[in-house]
Design a protein around this ligand. Structure first.
Ligand code: ATP
Ligand code: MG
Length: 309
């Protein structure tokens, strides 16, 4: 653990997200390297953002798994010298090879062999989280991080929730592009008709399909990227026709994830037993990484993060 945030010195900026900035930092005494995520609270939305940050911190403190990016401490940020201020920061395990989004920017598509390793690791992570009643709600390429051993881990619990509590949750949060059909249906979501776990499985399907086809798969190349088109495609479009080279196992796996009716969708247990991920040969995506983390991001995820007013 890190006891004092003042013992950390900034080395580089790793990236910016909606809620803040992530830095590479070094511990002055031990020389250990960490990632420091500094959350930024905006004037108008302070209360909502603080509540979300507290929820994220609480979840991070509870989770401890080799499939999840570790958090070594949560600090108030009054004392920390960062350029953009910020109110709360998380000291996290540094993932040297960046995110799956970085990898996709370089490789564009991944072979099925690698996709099955990614799928297996993410499912193992979700199995752990779902077992603790935690719904991630924001599985997407930039939240899947890779370390120098080529291990993929789930990060970022900014919109995660603990299921089956009676708290009311915002239903349309996370990045819309990776959201499941039922998440667009506020009545069903708020009415307790679904617990949200199936939504994480849907996102896994979208991510793996994206790795295979080399672009965000639920919008056709010629289609306009706006939220109405996106929602229509997610909720109503026919199954995408996969290229002939896709194996029957992969086809079946993604369609079990992308079943529009959440009740009929594969569960994490069922999918962990699926031939597509039981036959994968290693626990890492090593060899593929190259210098992924050093290359700047050219492509970004479809950024329809916010529900329109
Ligand atoms: P969003 O705000 O929608 O989650 P995001 O995932 O890109 O978008 P952040 O979670 O703030 O935003 O992360 C920004 C970037 O910082 C990530 O894309 C990733 O490349 C990098 N990053 C985040 N956490 C780590 C980490 N623990 N180790 C190494 N790099 C990280
Ligand atoms: Mg993120």
């Amino acid at each position: 653990t890190v006891d004092n945030v003042l013992d950390l010195e900034k080395v580089a900026v790793l990236g910016h997200g909606h809620g803040g900035t992530v830095y590479k930092v070094r511990h002055k005494h031990s020389a250990n390297v960490y990632a420091l995520k500094v959350l930024r609270f905006d004037e108008g939305e302070m209360k909502i953002q603080q509540e979300a940050a507290v929820r994220e911190a609480e979840i991070l403190k509870r989770v401890d798994s080799s499939f999840i990016v570790k958090c070594y401490g949560v600090f108030d940020n009054e004392v920390l010298d960062t350029d953009n201020g910020g109110d709360l920061c998380f000291v996290m395990e540094y993932m040297e090879s960046g995110s799956l989004l970085d990898i996709l920017n370089i490789c564009h598509t991944l072979p099925e062999k690698v996709i099955s390793v990614v799928g297996r690791r993410v499912l193992e992570g979700l199995h752990y989280l779902h077992g603790m009643q935690i719904v991630h709600r924001d599985i997407k390429p930039s939240n899947l991080l890779i370390n120098s051993k080529g291990e993929i881990k789930i990060a970022d619990f900014g919109v995660s929730i603990v299921a089956k509590t009676n708290e009311e949750h915002e239903w349309c949060v996370g990045t819309c592009a990776y959201m499941s059909p039922e998440r667009f249906d506020s009545e069903r979501w708020n009415g307790g008709d679904c617990d949200g776990f199936a939504g994480d499985i849907w996102s896994v399907g979208v991510v793996l399909l994206e790795c295979f086809v080399g672009r965000y798969p639920l919008i056709d190349p010629g289609q306009k990227l706006d939220w109405a088109t996106l929602m229509c495609n997610i909720c109503f479009a026919e199954k995408m026709v996969l290229p002939d080279k896709a194996s029957p196992e992969f086809r079946n796996f993604v369609w079990r994830c992308l079943e529009k009716d959440w009740r009929a969708r594969g569960t994490v247990e069922e999918l962990l037993d699926h031939p597509f991920v039981t036959t994968c040969c290693s626990a890492s995506v090593e060899g593929l990484l190259g210098n992924a983390s050093e290359t700047s991001t050219q492509k970004s995820e479809p950024s329809l993060a916010k529900w329109p007013d």
